[in-house]
Design a protein around this ligand. Structure first.
Ligand SMILES: [Zn+2]
Ligand SMILES: [Zn+2]
Length: 517
């Protein structure tokens, strides 16, 4: 699930204003040399202070002149937290850094971002704080970037300290990217969680702990999606293996919603500093597609500040309708997704596949709950992405849930994400087999809504059969729900003041039905 908003990394349109840098003052001070730098000039610390009013730009650029001979840059920051009335946002401010190559949107200067999760970081040629990119510390104008995403009525008074440690650079960091392919079983159903965080953004798990969690959850693949950085990509190599494919990605965390860039080239970074009104999102969606990746709006109805999806779905390849433990915002996401299916079919457009992911950050959030089960030609980055792009997948709350879903008619058969073309009135037999959801409720839904509901056995798998035609249903999809808290199966097509359904246990992408001309 999304992290607590007070720890969310920041995101905002890049706006340069006089207010931003003009409010900063720089003073130089001296600090004691570290023993390692005994033969080098003393460390030097620059202090930047300023006051940001409400209405400060999404990103505030603080220029820092880096002199020659710097081995490591270390940054720490803090800001005041004045008391505010209940219901009024208090101060929170993100931070990151860009090097001498500049701060241009989508440019090459990005060197790391830690959102609001850390109050200090350092980087050098050999190493960097997670979230930051090791590499050359070249002289020139760098920028510490602040992201004040909530500013109290009193304003936000910040202090940033930048320490230069001098000396010869250490050996260059060598990234170990994960392999593109794991052993796999040929064309088969593979289980994978496409939304996971580590210490490289605001998670508390090390990458090795996420990899262990994925294996324990029975997953075949994961996608690494730390917020607004590619810094984790270079550590996954030795953690992947024949039994676990690791795909590199990013959770692009903007002020107008979060999106998953799934299947980036290792080391590739996607900029996040724009809002919907800036018109920049399509450009970055294209960047991801050029790399063979998928653009997936995440948790579109999450109520946290800046988490609701405001970019529309025209540039999306799929949508995350189920994020972590089942909650009411997931119901909204499924409803919006379902409403788009019939519209896409009417306009002969590709319909948007649904994904489900854990978004696990830290214990007790479980890696793989939920995850996608995708039919792929191989356990490789391109094959898994192809399966997800085509919607040949369903969502399981855990690997304990098994499911098969087919539609058969006129001597033809189609599975999840596939199309069945039959004469308008030819009988189409829909069959759903579920295991691992004792006493669950199977629902079959079409463009008319729920047309069949059946309770699954208390023990063992259950099979549900139902007949329709292509003239009656543009598509058919399945949901499996747990019983409600009071033990009842759910209210079918009835209406009332309470939630009609228990938590989701499994959800399929649709099988589309087409009338043979
Ligand atoms: Zn998110
Ligand atoms: Zn996330």
């Amino acid at each position: 699930m999304p992290t607590d908003p007070s720890a969310l990394p920041g995101r905002r349109a890049l706006l340069r204003t006089g207010l931003a840098t003009g409010a900063a003052t720089a003073t130089a001070g001296l600090a004691a040399p570290t023993p390692a730098a005994a033969a080098s000039p003393a460390d030097r610390t620059v202090t930047l202070t300023g006051l940001l009013p409400t209405g400060a730009p999404d990103f505030v650029l603080l220029p820092v002149e880096v002199p020659p001979g710097v081995r490591e840059i270390a940054v720490s920051y803090g800001y005041d937290r004045p008391a505010v009335p209940a219901g009024t946002p208090g101060n929170s401010c993100d931070i990151g850094i860009f090097d001498e190559r500049g701060t241009e949107l989508g440019g090459r200067g990005f060197r790391g971002w830690s959102g609001g999760f850390r109050d200090s970081f350092a980087l050098s040629a050999s190493a960097a704080t997670p979230g930051y990119l090791p590499g050359p510390v070249n002289p020139g104008t760098w920028h510490v970037v602040l992201g004040p995403y909530q500013v109290a009525p009193q304003g936000l008074a910040y202090t940033v300290q930048v320490t230069f440690r001098f000396g010869r650079p250490g050996p260059a960091f060598v990234p170990h990217y994960p392999a593109e392919r794991a052993r796999g079983r040929g064309r088969a159903w593979y289980r994978g969680d496409c939304h996971l965080h580590t210490v490289h953004s605001d998670g508390r798990r090390l990458p090795e702990e996420v990899a262990a969690g994925a294996r324990a959850a029975g997953l075949d693949f994961i996608v690494s999606t730390d917020h607004n950085t590619s810094s984790a990509h270079g550590v996954w190599g030795p953690l992947a293996g024949d039994d676990l494919l690791v795909i590199t990605g990013e959770e692009v965390t903007t002020r107008n919603g979060h999106w998953l860039a799934l299947g980036l080239d290792p080391g590739e970074f996607v900029d996040w500093r724009y809002r919907s009104r800036d018109g920049q999102f399509p450009r970055f969606a294209r960047q991801v597609r050029r790399s063979g990746g998928l653009v997936v709006p995440a948790h579109p109805y999450c109520p946290y500040v800046a988490c609701q999806w405001k970019f529309g779905y025209r540039d999306a390849d799929a949508v995350e309708v189920w994020n972590g433990p089942w909650t009411y915002d997931d119901e909204s996401a499924v409803d919006t997704w379902d409403a788009g299916l019939a519209a896409a079919l009417r306009e002969s457009r590709d319909w948007l596949p649904a994904l489900g992911n854990s978004d696990a950050h830290s214990a007790p959030q479980a890696v793989g709950s939920p995850h996608n089960v995708v039919l792929a030609d191989d356990l490789s980055r391109p094959a898994v992405l192809d399966g997800l792009r085509a919607g040949r997948s369903w969502i399981a709350e855990s690997a304990a849930v098994g499911l098969e879903f087919t539609a058969t008619g006129h001597g033809r058969r189609a599975g999840i994400g596939e199309r069945l073309t039959v004469p308008a009135d030819a009988p189409v037999d829909v069959e759903l087999t579920v295991s691992g959801v004792p006493g669950g409720t199977a629902r079959l839904l079409t463009d008319e809504g729920q047309l069949h509901q059946e309770t699954l056995p208390a023990t063992g798998p259950g099979t549900v059969r139902w007949r329709t035609t292509a003239s009656l249903a543009a598509y058919v999809r399945a949901e499996v729900r747990h019983p409600r808290a009071d033990g009842t199966p759910g209210k079918g097509n009835a209406m009332g003041p309470d939630l009609p359904w228990g938590p989701m246990a499994a959800l399929t992408n649709p099988i589309t039905l087409h009338v043979q001309q």
